[in-house]
Write a protein that binds this ligand. Structure first.
Ligand SMILES: [Zn+2]
Length: 265
């Protein structure tokens, strides 16, 4: 299965049609012209025919009119008004012979998907304005739940992380993500002092345990208790190399919390 197939199907779920919809049925066919209007009105036909979007060109079913290299081959195929089709071959909702050609949604398609999502019965829960949505505040740096998939933090570039709910798809089985792994690379010729600061983000700090590892083992371990505003961890005289930071939420409370972390040299 092509990598674009799931995206295509999600496009349908969010209200998109195939740009070539009804292209074989003359009565319903979308014209190539973007300005042709429905007789007796000033409504553009491209807004009503095909997929109903004027920013996706009218097209025949591309599976017969494209090659493996994503070139359009239907140079002589015309709409019922005699205009030659000029489609693109990269639209996710089209049917190019090679499905790997598909990598684009137009602005019109994105607008339709957002509009459909806003009408979904769960739309409120997704909204960033919603109280309920805050429990699902996503951590941009995830996944980083294990040492092997630690996310990189750069010097003097603070990151905000959350201990957030992980939706498991089962009603009562939402898990909370309790552990984050981060790493930084220190490139230095002589030993250096590094400071790690952890402070509250838009969420207050809870009980957190922080461990720092060098390649040879643990070099620092400390705790932050809930209600604290800031914790400074100093690593003195450390040499060049990769360092791992494990941030672990020490609580059984299933509530969303977070922290801001900065590594300074
Ligand atoms: Zn489809």
């Amino acid at each position: 299965m092509s990598s674009s197939t799931l995206t295509h199907e999600i496009g349908h779920y969010f209200g998109l049609d195939h740009p070539h919809k009804y292209w074989r049925i003359k009565l319903k066919q979308e014209p190539v012209s973007r300005t042709r209007t429905i007789r007796g009105s000033n409504i553009k036909m491209c807004e009503r025919k095909g997929d109903g979007l004027c920013d996706t060109p009218a097209e025949p079913n591309l599976s017969r009119y494209t090659d493996d290299k994503c070139h359009y081959t239907g140079w002589n195929v015309k709409d019922k008004y005699g205009e030659v089709y000029k489609p693109v071959t990269n639209n996710i909702m089209s049917y190019p012979k090679n499905r790997e050609c598909r990598n684009n949604f137009t602005n019109g398609q994105i607008a339709v998907m957002l509009e459909t999502a806003s009408r979904n019965k769960y739309a409120k829960a997704w909204s960033t304005q919603s109280e309920n949505a805050k429990n699902f505040d996503f951590d941009y740096y995830e996944p980083d739940d294990a040492r092997e998939i630690a996310s990189e933090i750069f010097f003097n570039t603070p990151q905000t992380h959350t201990f957030h709910l992980i939706c498991t798809g089962k009603k009562k089985a939402d898990l909370i993500d309790h552990i984050d792994w981060l790493y930084f690379n220190l490139n230095t010729t002589k030993k250096q002092d590094i400071t790690i600061s952890i402070s509250e983000s838009k969420y207050p700090l809870t009980d957190i345990k922080i461990s720092v590892f060098s390649i040879s083992g643990i070099i620092s371990e400390s705790n932050i208790s809930s209600g604290s505003k800031l914790k400074i961890i100093k690593l003195n005289n450390i040499k060049s190399g990769k360092y791992l930071i494990k941030v672990e939420q020490v609580t059984t409370k299933e509530e969303l919390t977070g922290y801001k972390i900065n590594v300074v040299k």
